[in-house]
Design a protein around this ligand. Structure first.
Ligand code: SAM
Length: 267
């Protein structure tokens, strides 16, 4: 029988149903401790946190149990936020989740720390949009506040193909296959997900969805140039999950930017 055509869907819509399965080998507990360590290393009294691109909210929920923080966690995908809200309820977490595009937001309040993990910034493809993101984060920070984010490098993309390509998995009625490739000339990493929902009745056909994710991959020098153009001061660029300085061999780099103490021009 001919297979029905797949639905081409928005990024992180169908994938939201199986995202936690895709990420099952990621230690969010360790990652959350790492971000918490960075926060305490560079901020004397962090209380109010804003997470950008929080996905299904695993880090926000972990963070809410780690320390006495007030956390607002946001993502552009309503489906990812829906999953995050269910997770918060299940684990008794008080995180406030909101659908929000980090390129266009005005929350009318400020935070001590804004953080964003798992190469979410690699979804931003142009220098001008990175500037917009940095400006938005700056405007939502208290003086002395931190903007923490990570990105992956071309070296990571070359290495990651071997384990990302042809990855597959299933959870309940959902299953997925991923194909992954890197286009070095354009510095674009492409992950294509085929996501299938098995029909619940014997005569119900399976639903197939395809999501294409294109991420722009930046070098440390490119990111440093963009930070230099922003209103922030650069505090650190860390290698991997350490507090060692990042370098040309780094695969993932965590940037720590600060809104200066003397800057009281809060929007
Ligand atoms: C690789 S996932 C990371 C999710 C989460 N931080 C985690 O660690 O699992 C990237 C996330 O970025 C979000 N995203 C991409 N562009 C965005 C934008 N412009 N505004 C808000 N969220 C965005 C996606 O919806 C997705 O949830």
């Amino acid at each position: 029988m001919e297979q029905p055509k797949p639905h081409i869907t928005e990024q992180y819509s169908a994938l939201a149903n199986i995202y936690d399965e895709v990420m099952k080998d990621v230690s969010y507990a360790a990652w959350t401790e790492y971000i918490d360590r960075i926060i305490h290393e560079h901020h004397p009294d962090p209380a109010d946190l804003l997470e950008l691109a929080c996905g299904t909210g695993t880090m926000a929920v972990e963070m809410s149990h780690l320390d006495d923080y007030n956390i607002v966690a946001t993502d552009r995908s309503p489906q990812m936020i829906g999953m995050a809200q269910k997770k918060a309820k299940k684990y008794g977490s008080g995180v406030e989740f909101e659908v929000m595009d980090f390129l266009d937001f005005q929350l009318g309040r400020t935070f001590d720390v804004i953080y964003m993990v798992f190469d979410s910034i690699n979804y931003v493809h142009s220098e001008s949009e990175i500037q917009t993101l940095q400006r938005n984060a700056f405007d939502h920070l208290n003086p002395g506040g931190l903007f923490i984010f990570d990105f992956t490098t071309p070296r990571n993309s070359h290495k990651a193909i071997q384990y990302l390509d042809k990855m597959s998995g299933e959870s309940g009625p959902w299953r997925y296959r991923r194909s992954s490739r890197y286009e070095p000339d354009e510095c674009i990493h492409i992950n294509e997900f085929t996501i299938i929902k098995t029909g619940s009745e014997p005569d119900e056909t399976d639903q197939r969805y395809v999501e294409k994710h294109r991420q722009k991959i930046y070098t440390l020098d490119e990111m440093l140039t963009m930070v230099a153009l922003s209103p922030f001061s650069l505090i650190a660029a860390y290698d991997g999950f350490t507090l060692n300085p990042a370098g040309q061999k780094s695969l993932r780099i965590t940037m720590v930017l600060q809104r200066s103490e003397s800057d009281s021009d809060v929007a």
